[in-house]
Design a protein around this ligand. Structure first.
Ligand code: GDP
Ligand code: MG
Length: 710
């Protein structure tokens, strides 16, 4: 019985893969059928208002909207909840598209990559800019597929708020498939981690089996969030006609004859017309007021003072302001409902985005004070455009971006030039002369800036900010270095789960393949490319089968290279199960030199996951070990961890403590490393739990069988 366990890096991903593959292949089949049926029609885009006829006044409002009127939001949810359909409706009602896109027809604006249109899923998030009732909304459509979690993380980092879309006929996607629940929870937790205020949109209210109450309950139970019911549905399933606005006590009914949902009426609820609905709404409103008062002291004072006798007299605006504060504090989430597909409920959702989600200045960014209005921006996405080279999406936190100017990249410690500045509008980009804080811009000309880099106006500006940060840090006695504090937190890049070999059609095409992979990697840091030292083959490592398949597809479409993929393999890891105490002696004479070293160490499993081994020194050795011997010891540990004994996969979650290292004078550091490595090889082979009875040559201290994390 072996002392090692073997497992895949991310088990959840693998177990859910089967489900996703099934889901995706049925989508692919359906879309292939569609592609045969019709050729994609070009979409109609309307120009940005103000860019026609050189209208300077409106041009100014386009490039520098007041910061209080900016909303940087994302739409997040599980695959199939209706994010893309909702985004399409939003773009249509805001006036930026003239016809409604349909994921089922493969002609949506945000799913603009050819694969996305064919597969009907959103792979690469696209930023879209539009205006709604005097507000500037930068919307980022995030993918829901588990293979693309990095995209979601990347976007959440730069959002000020998010709309979480749920399928109201499936609650928090828990009814049928437990694995799906994990993904919904993952996205929700990612938003928690980045402290993104949210509102929930219960979509698909028209679908048979849709249940508002069930969906609300599952938000409460599964996501442990406090739902604030701002709307009630009028009818469910086929009978779904509209919604009641609980805050304003109005009913919103969509004209059943309108085919785009633009035509709807908003009417106050009256005792004479809708006594039952009015009663339900009044109860819901009173409950909402009490709930908000519980969470917000300022509102509680107001309610208990002036309006304690009659909540009906409380103006809607006061309630809205309090809901805004509660949403920002993330103590509760406003809940709305509708049906994106049937064009109901999307306009009130947009109103809610402007009313309840925060503007950039309401978000607490400590580092802004250090820049004193100088440029500070975060590169959160890189796209590779064949004609224009790398396009870098930036969130501007302070100062402004201008084309034809230099910027300094703090992470890369390099200065480079922005040639052009664009406003991203799905696959259309509009050239602009400047962009101010709070906005999302697309820059052309940056060759070295990659995802997660912090960008400032110059090195001296970075130094000045760093001085201010240091002064502030000294006051607050914070531990982290000023350089660290200057960097906006980057995005954690997950370890690849799957890998396979990739081959160009001929050896002559290898440089082209290398170039394509380099560009794709800059866009997508979760894609890793390695060279197999034995075979010389290029290895593609990704987050899942679909991820690798999409990369393969993109190399063909975008770089014109037909490549061949080897069989897909799981990136396994190996880990030790029990603590093992081991010693080894290496005695070798090379030429006239004797190399003699004896090592005594303990290897034990770690509770927390760590790719690199944690190396410790027992008190007895830590004092009298030279730096060279320390390095030799650590090299030995690292090289032993490269290959485990079971499948030759890397060993992880390991802690190694050195108890003694006796070195004969003249022994080379290479020999020390070799001895340490050999000692650990013995540890790998230590049988469990019979070790103390075996003759493996070392002593085992205990045999607690840890539950396998796999
Ligand atoms: P995404 O994966 O979250 O982007 O979801 P999509 O927007 O691609 O939608 C997934 C499927 O659900 C598509 O077949 C849509 O037509 C369908 N869908 C989206 N919204 C609704 C809705 O409000 N009602 C119904 N019945 N179906 C919807
Ligand atoms: Mg989508």
């Amino acid at each position: 019985m072996s002392n090692l366990r073997i497992f895949a890096v991310n088990r959840k991903k693998i177990s859910s893969l089967h489900y996703f593959n099934n889901m995706c292949s049925s989508k692919i089949r359906a879309s292939l059928k569609r592609v045969k049926l019709h050729v994609l029609l070009g979409r109609n885009y309307s120009s940005l208002p103000g860019l026609i006829g050189n209208d300077i006044k409106s041009l100014h409002s386009i490039i520098s909207p007041p910061i209080a009127k900016i909303r940087n939001i994302g739409i997040m949810a599980h695959i199939d909840a209706g994010k893309t359909t909702t985004t399409e409706r939003i773009l249509y009602y805001s006036g930026y598209t003239r016809s409604l896109g349909d994921v089922d027809d493969g002609d949506t604006v945000t799913d603009f990559m050819a694969q996305e249109r064919e597969r009907g899923i959103t792979i690469q998030s696209a930023a879209v800019t539009f205006d709604w009732k005097g507000y500037r909304i930068n919307l980022i459509d995030t993918p829901g597929h588990v293979d693309f979690t990095l995209e979601v993380e990347r976007c959440l980092r730069v959002l000020d708020g998010a709309v979480a879309v749920f399928d109201a006929s499936a609650g928090v996607e828990v009814k049928n498939i437990a694995k799906v629940k994990a993904q919904t929870l993952t996205v929700w937790r990612q938003a928690d981690k980045h402290k993104v205020p949210r509102i929930c949109f219960l979509n698909k209210m028209d679908k048979t089996g849709a249940s508002f109450n069930y969906a609300v309950e599952s938000i409460r139970e599964k996501l442990k969030a406090k739902p604030l019911l701002l709307q009630l549905p009028i009818g469910e399933g086929k009978a779904f006609k509209g919604v009641v606005d609980v805050v304003g006590k109005e009913k919103l009914l969509w004209n059943p004859n309108s085919d785009d949902g633009k035509d709807f009426e908003r009417k106050p609820l009256l005792e004479t017309r809708d006594p039952k609905l009015l009663k339900e709404t009044t109860e819901a409103r009173n409950a909402l007021i009490e709930q908000v008062a519980d969470l917000d002291d300022e509102f509680a004072d107001l309610v208990l003072g002036e309006f304690s006798e009659n909540f009906d007299l409380l103006p809607a605006e006061k309630l809205q302001t309090a809901i805004h504060r509660v949403t920002l504090a993330q103590t509760a989430v406003p809940v709305l409902c509708g049906s994106a597909l049937k064009n109901k409920g999307v306009q009130p959702l947009l109103d809610a985005v402007t009313l309840y989600l925060p503007s950039p200045e309401e978000r607490n960014c400590e580092f802004l004070q250090w820049y004193k209005g100088d440029l500070c921006a975060l590169a959160f996405k890189v796209l590779h455009d064949k004609q224009r080279g790398p396009l870098v999406f930036m969130r501007i936190y302070s100062g402004m971006l201008k084309p034809q100017t230099a910027i300094h990249n703090i992470n890369g410690n390099c200065t480079e030039r922005i040639s052009r500045l664009l406003l991203p509008f799905a696959d259309q980009h509009i050239e602009i002369p400047l962009l101010t804080a709070g906005n999302i811009a697309l820059t052309v000309g940056l060759k070295h800036t990659a995802t997660g880099d912090t960008v400032v106006s110059s090195e001296s500006s970075a130094l000045a900010a760093s001085r201010r940060a240091r002064r502030e840090g000294a006051k607050k006695q914070k531990g982290n270095s000023e350089a660290e504090r200057l960097l906006l937190a980057g995005v954690e890049i997950p370890e690849p789960v799957f890998f396979c070999t990739i081959e160009p059609p001929s050896m002559a095409k290898q440089p082209d393949l290398d170039h394509a992979l380099k560009c794709l990697q800059r866009e997508d840091p979760s894609l890793k490319v390695k060279l197999d030292p034995d075979s010389g083959q290029t290895i593609l490592c990704g987050m899942g089968e679909l991820h690798i398949e999409i990369i393969h597809d993109r190399i063909k479409r975008e770089y014109g290279l037909e490549t061949y993929l080897g069989p897909l393999q799981v990136a396994y890891r190996e880990a030790i199960l029990n603590s093992v105490h081991a010693t080894d002696t290496l005695d070798r004479t090379l030429g006239d030199k004797r190399h003699l070293v004896t090592v005594e160490l303990e290897a034990k499993p770690m509770e927390t996951s760590s790719l690199l081994p944690v190396i410790e020194y027992a008190a007895s050795v830590s004092g009298d070990l030279s730096q060279a011997s320390r390095e030799a010891f650590e090299n030995g540990v690292h090289s032993a961890c490269l290959q485990g004994p079971l499948l030759g996969s890397p060993v992880q979650d390991l802690a190694v403590t050195l108890h003694s290292l006796v070195i004969h004078p003249g022994t080379s550091t290479t020999m020390i490393s070799a001895c340490v490595s050999r000692c650990l090889q013995k540890v790998w082979k230590c049988p469990n739990p019979f070790c103390c009875n075996c003759d493996c040559g070392f002593h085992c201290i205990h045999f607690i069988s840890l539950p396998s994390k796999g």
